[in-house]
Design a protein around this ligand. Sequence first.
Ligand SMILES: Nc1nc2c(c(=O)[nH]1)N[C@H]1C(S)=C(S)[C@@H](COP(=O)(O)OP(=O)(O)OC[C@H]3O[C@@H](n4cnc5c(N)ncnc54)[C@H](O)[C@@H]3O)O[C@H]1N2
Ligand code: MOO
Length: 397
Amino acid sequence: MSLQTVEAARAALLEGVGPSGAEAVGLDEADGRWLAEPVVATRDQPPFDASAMDGWAVRTADLGEEPLRIVGESAAGAGFAGSLGPGETVRIFTGAPLPVGADRVVIQEEARAAGDDLTVLAPADAPAWVRRRGADYGAGQVLLEPGARLNPWRIALAASAGVGSVRCARRPRVAVLAGGAEVVAAGQAAGALQIFDAAGPGVSQVARRAGAVVTPLPLVGDRLEEIRAALETAEVDLIVVIGGASVGDHDRVKPAARELGARMRVEGIAMRPGKPLWAAILPDGRRILGLPGNPVSALVCGELFLKPLLAAMQGGVALPETETMPLAEALPANGPREHWMRAARVVGPDGRGAVRALPDQDSAMLTVLSGADGLIRRAANAPQVGAGEDVEILPLG
Ligand SMILES: Nc1nc2c(c(=O)[nH]1)N[C@H]1C(S)=C(S)[C@@H](COP(=O)(O)OP(=O)(O)OC[C@H]3O[C@@H](n4cnc5c(N)ncnc54)[C@H](O)[C@@H]3O)O[C@H]1N2
Ligand code: MOO
């Protein structure tokens, strides 16, 4: 089996993947969703020239001609009915419309009112304290493009434009299929030679966070017919299979997929952990992503492959983005597989942030993964790296 590089495998996995359908989503439910259609402003924001401060609306031409005559008030949501004539001023509050005729606001700390008279104390170079109509955006402007992922600040932007619901890509339906003769569900009784399904619940959660509607399927054993039936009947867009992918006599998942006519896109990658990763497409268009059974391998592959795939299925892009950090402790040269090492952030000797690879990199050790803040990326055949030298780290969480 020749192993693909991580990049080549990801490219093969994502080839031709796109969203299938869109739906209206209320803003309260839209966090993390990918837009299918643009959000367009139907009016200017602000919709009128507005005061940025509490104070007095004045005409620049009148400054130096005090006292000004106080002729009324402009409050937010109400405004001032008339227009401001020469020598006049209007009491104004933050967010209130600037009266016709006024062109600036003097903040109340820089003015003195006595009866109907106002004396301006503001320096000549004081700001105008006016937010011009359309300063944030104008009517017809595209505020958010298709493919943008909604977050709290983008939701606030859509709401500012009066948009109550947005068109988002449909959530992919994902079935998670774990199993093996030795695997039982957490919460059930386990025999002495059995282990609990850890990868299934972890991977399901990765998929949910990436926007999928997840159906965990009942655990399957090692029998080919059983696995084949589970693959055949899952009414989803993507089946994520955990385990049974390697070279052992009981690894029957790929043969079952092949019997159903699956076309293999990825079959083995030069990555540690994650070597047995595979991906295929069934004749009816459903996709299969096969993750290694070792739970740390499955979850690391979840970060590097499942998340980008689910983003692409929603019209978005979410490639793993590494940061650069100095190493706290030296690392030896790497072998021929790209290595994603479980790592923790620490305070370096100079008091700044650094990162250290955790001592046990066994892909069955969930205590290590759960204590990791990130994954250090070591390229295939990378030479040794000394303490203080920079490495790439993918933050987790
Ligand atoms: N001779 C070789 N043996 C193995 C190779 C190899 O290249 N040659 N590759 C190793 C690597 S790397 C990995 S990773 C594993 C993955 O194999 P599979 O994907 O076939 O996974 P299984 O054999 O089914 O299980 C591996 C391991 O993980 C446990 N497991 C399985 N499912 C779960 C689950 N849902 N939750 C928790 N733990 C699970 C299972 O009991 C095994 O201990 O193969 C190596 N072998
Ligand atoms: O790739 Mo395996 O995932 O090294 O343990």
